[in-house]
Design a protein around this ligand. Structure first.
Ligand code: SAM
Length: 247
């Protein structure tokens, strides 16, 4: 799978050389290229922003450097070569919210490009123009405002990248995770079994797999109800047992 990231701060993406994503790159499971938007400018000052039409605070990113960068990336895309459109993710607080379901969907793509906005964002015409070559998706990390798209890209590349087969050593660890079945994960514990007067629940030491599964399921439900009741509203409770519905 290929990822291209365009930013005026390419160094911001350096953490993607570390840990599992860094190893996946070294192992050839994913290819990730970071592009400096300023290298696509034509003027001496390498200008990427200008004042907003209509007035108002802040600056807006100029369209032409983006067209040059995104045009080059689309031309080199394995998806384009195969007659398909690569996906262009435009991080934006005004986009659809990034979820685990979206991470799974995007992990199926062969090529994702990311356009990291700064200032007040990118000239809107770039998103319209890019639709000729890309499936364009404005995506938000959550309902708050960051200074730029780079932090959102770090989060999205990590969440998507870890779903690529082979990136996470034990694929089972992707199954029992928060959001994989619409619920939050159950609490987890490790050795020692007693720590600072706090004991691991007995059932987890019992070796009884049926009881452990029941305990974990119950705690998934309790935790989700306490911390994220909105998630329960989205689930089909008719699949729940009577005990589960009462938790
Ligand atoms: N004026 C924009 C608005 O109100 O929608 C916010 C611009 S923000 C200061 C600069 C850039 O940060 C955005 O273009 C986007 O790339 C990124 N950004 C900010 N918040 C984000 C979020 N919640 N999710 C994804 N990207 C975000």
């Amino acid at each position: 799978m290929r990822f291209d990231v365009v930013s005026i701060f390419p160094e911001y993406l350096a953490p993607l050389e570390l840990s599992l994503i860094g190893k996946a790159r070294t192992d050839g499971l994913l290819e990730l290229i970071v592009h400096d938007l300023r290298s696509y400018t034509q003027d001496r000052h390498r200008t990427v922003d200008d004042t907003p039409y209509g007035g108002g605070a802040g600056m807006v990113m100029k369209p032409e450097p983006w067209a040059q960068a995104l045009g080059d990336i689309a031309a080199a895309s394995p998806a384009t070569a195969a007659g398909r459109k690569p996906v262009l993710i435009v991080p934006s607080p005004a986009g659809e919210v990034f979820t685990q379901a979206l991470a799974y969907e995007l992990a199926e793509e062969e090529h994702l490009a990311f356009a990291c906005g700064r200032y007040e964002g990118i000239d809107e015409r770039v998103l319209e123009w890019a639709q000729e070559q890309y499936a364009v998706r404005p995506v938000s990390l959550g309902d708050y405002v960051l200074n730029g798209g780079e932090v959102a890209v770090l989060a999205m590349v990590e969440a998507i990248g870890r779903l690529i087969p082979g990136v996470v050593g034990n694929p089972d660890s992707l199954i029992e995770e928060s959001h994989s079945d619409g619920l939050l994960e159950y609490p987890v514990y490790t050795k020692p079994s007693s720590w600072r007067d706090r004991d691991v629940p007995d059932v987890l030491l019992s070796g009884n797999h049926g009881k452990i599964a029941k305990f974990r399921r119950e705690h998934q439900l309790r935790r989700t109800a306490a911390r994220r009741p909105d998630l329960l509203d989205k689930l089909d409770v008719s699949n729940f047992s009577k005990t589960e519905r009462n938790v």
